[in-house]
Structures are given as structure tokens and as C-alpha cells.
Write a protein that binds this ligand. Structure first.
Ligand code: SF4
Ligand code: SF4
Length: 335
């Protein structure tokens, strides 16, 4: 049974949350992983342009400083996106990181300028930077997710550490379709899709063989007329994310912090700010990403399940355990 450290921010404290985060890390086993001059990647998500609900950079700066007390030399990292946007290319991704306040440590895009710097582990295409670091500290925003029900540490590892080719592999089974009754023919999706997978005639249609399943058109459609076939797509995607996650962290020294705060229905790749689906709960940490995500899910289960009643968001937890990324049983230690 893995231990999950829990800082309940619904309580009143005499000290601020930044100092409490420091206490959470001190209490956990995290700092034992680091040593003088060791290179350490902090894997995070800096938020899409227009999104303000990503993990506050003040917390990440605190974590960076705590890691530095061990003599380690941390840098921040994330990968390029599959969908169109400023994080699609590394140089623009760095700009967004700086604009969002992540300018207190080096920020490196892990899969290169165009997302094609990667290495392979049994067919999984993982961003090249992770081959060159042995210690990775994952900071994840736990929230709802369009295709998976929720996105937490496993999503941040599996999808977030994959190169663009890896992301394509994972999305390959998920193809959206257009609900003609809702479509107003505004053509926003047509203009958005960089893969030319949307055709316009008298109506817009998606060409399956060209579609990568990136989901970008779904986030852009003002009428919510673009949908996934959940049952077929979600389970397969979650399984692949779990598989990639297990392969990415195998033989690495890893630690995970999840922020169960600003709980939006969709991920930080969305360029808009949506109403929260649940009030803030707290910050959780563990050396086991499966236990950590399971604990977060259990704390806001009803809100996640209501979001997508037709999909089972625990598939990722089941497969992550099966592939050896961790275990679902956990015990909570309050800090
Ligand atoms: S963005 Fe939505 S409403 Fe507009 S054309 Fe595409 S599917 Fe139709
Ligand atoms: S049609 Fe397919 S490739 Fe194009 S934006 Fe939508 S999901 Fe992505």
C-alpha cells in the first residue's frame, strides 16, 4: 500500500500555502532522491495561452527552491502539443512559459523544436530529454478531462512526456464526429485543423484517415457540435496513456505532486477558463502516481463521474497498476 501525503487546504492554517507546500515535501520522501549537482527535470504544464487555471508558478518556484536545497540543479520541462496553438512549437512554447510566470528556472521543451526528438522504449516514443535525466519531479493539475474523465499524474507522465509521434499513437483510436443538428457551419473547425482533416461542402465532415484524434476542433467549436465516440475511444486512449506512463518512469527516480485545486472540467490545454466542477480540496504528494491519482479521484469522484457519465475514468488506474506504474491501494497521511 503506497503512502499519499495530503495537505487539506479547506482548513485554516496560521501559515501560508507556500510554506505548507514546503512542509508537505519535507515530510515526504521526495528529497532523498536528489543529490549535489544532479540534474533534475520538473515536468509540468505551463497552461495554454488564455488559460489561467494551471498550477500557480509561485508553487513551482517553491518546489524548485526546495529541490535546490539538496544541491540538485532543477529545470522545468514540457513537450510540444499535438493540436494547433502556441505550444505546438518549442520556441513559442518557451514564450508562453515565460508569459505565464515560469521564468525563475530554465525551461526546456523536452521533445525538440518540432516535437520529433524522442527515444523508444518497446515502441513508446518518449521525449528525448527524459532519456538524459534520471530524476523527474512531476507536478500535475488534477482536473476533468474530455477524453479520459480526469487528468492527473498519469496523464502528465503518459501523454505529457510523449513526443508528438507518441501522442499520435495514443490518439489514433479516437476520432471525433460532427453532430449535424448542432453545427451552424461557422467553419471555425475547418480553419483550425492543421491536418486538413475537416472538409467543407454543404456541410463540414471529418476525414477519419487524416484525423489524428488530437481533439483540438472539439475545444474550438462554439456549438459543442464535435463529439467523440466515448466508449470505443476513451478506454483505448486511457490504456495507452497508462502504458506510456509505466514505460516513461521505469528505472527513473520519480516523485509526484498533484494540485487538487481550480478543478476545471477540461485540461490546461484549453485556451479558455471554465467554471470549476468542484471546490478546492488540497495538495497531494506521493512516490506512486497510481495511488496519487486514485486518492485524488476518490476525493472528487462524484464531480468527475457527473462530467462524463458515459465513460469509465478509472480505466487508466486499472491499466497503470497492471503495467507496473504503481498500485491503487493507498493510505493517506495528513500533513
Ligand atoms: S466549429 Fe462547430 S459549429 Fe462551426 S462548423 Fe465546425 S462543427 Fe460546425
Ligand atoms: S479533425 Fe481530427 S486532426 Fe483535425 S482538429 Fe479535429 S481531432 Fe484534430
Amino acid at each position: 500500500m503506497s503512502r499519499v501525503y495530503f495537505l487539506d487546504i479547506r482548513k485554516k492554517y496560521k501559515t501560508d500555502h507556500i510554506k505548507l507546500l514546503q512542509r508537505l515535501i519535507d515530510k515526504s520522501s521526495a528529497l532523498k532522491l536528489y543529490s549535489k549537482n544532479s540534474t533534475c527535470a520538473i515536468k509540468l504544464h505551463v497552461g495554454e495561452e488564455g488559460n489561467v487555471h494551471f498550477v500557480n508558478p509561485l508553487y513551482i518556484r517553491c518546489l524548485t527552491n526546495v529541490l535546490k536545497t539538496t544541491g540538485a540543479e532543477p529545470f522545468l520541462t514540457d513537450t510540444t502539443t499535438l493540436y494547433a496553438g502556441r505550444r505546438f512549437r518549442a520556441d513559442l512554447h518557451v514564450q508562453v512559459a515565460h508569459e505565464h510566470g515560469f521564468n525563475f528556472a530554465p525551461f526546456i521543451v523536452a521533445d525538440g523544436l518540432h516535437g520529433d526528438d524522442f527515444y523508444e522504449i518497446d515502441g513508446a516514443k518518449i521525449a528525448g530529454v527524459f532519456k538524459r535525466v534520471n530524476t523527474i519531479f512531476f507536478v500535475s493539475h488534477f482536473k476533468g478531462h474530455l477524453n479520459c474523465g480526469f487528468g492527473g499524474a498519469l496523464k502528465n507522465i503518459g501523454m505529457g512526456c510523449a513526443s508528438r509521434g507518441g501522442k499520435l499513437d495514443m490518439h489514433s483510436g479516437a476520432k471525433p464526429y460532427i453532430d449535424r443538428d448542432k453545427c451552424t457551419f461557422c467553419l471555425e473547425c475547418y480553419n483550425y485543423c492543421i491536418f486538413n482533416a475537416i472538409k467543407k461542402n454543404k456541410a463540414v465532415t471529418i476525414v477519419d484517415r487524416k484525423c489524428t484524434g488530437c481533439g483540438g476542433c472539439m475545444s474550438i467549436c462554439p456549438e459543442k457540435a464535435i463529439k467523440f465516440r466515448w466508449n470505443a475511444a476513451s478506454g483505448d486512449l486511457q490504456k495507452k496513456i497508462a502504458e506510456y506512463a509505466a514505460k516513461t518512469i521505469k528505472d527513473k527516480k520519480v516523485f509526484f505532486v498533484n494540485f487538487l485545486t481550480s478543478i476545471t472540467p477540461n485540461c490546461d490545454c484549453f485556451h479558455s477558463n471554465e467554471p470549476f466542477i468542484h471546490p478546492d480540496v488540497g495538495i497531494l504528494a506521493s512516490s506512486d502516481p497510481v495511488s496519487l491519482d486514485q486518492a485524488c479521484y476518490d476525493m472528487i469522484k462524484n464531480a468527475v463521474d457527473e462530467l462524463h457519465p458515459d465513460l469509465d475514468s478509472q480505466v487508466q488506474l486499472y491499466y497503470a497498476e497492471k503495467f507496473g506504474a504503481g498500485e491503487r491501494k493507498y493510505e493517506i497521511e495528513s500533513v
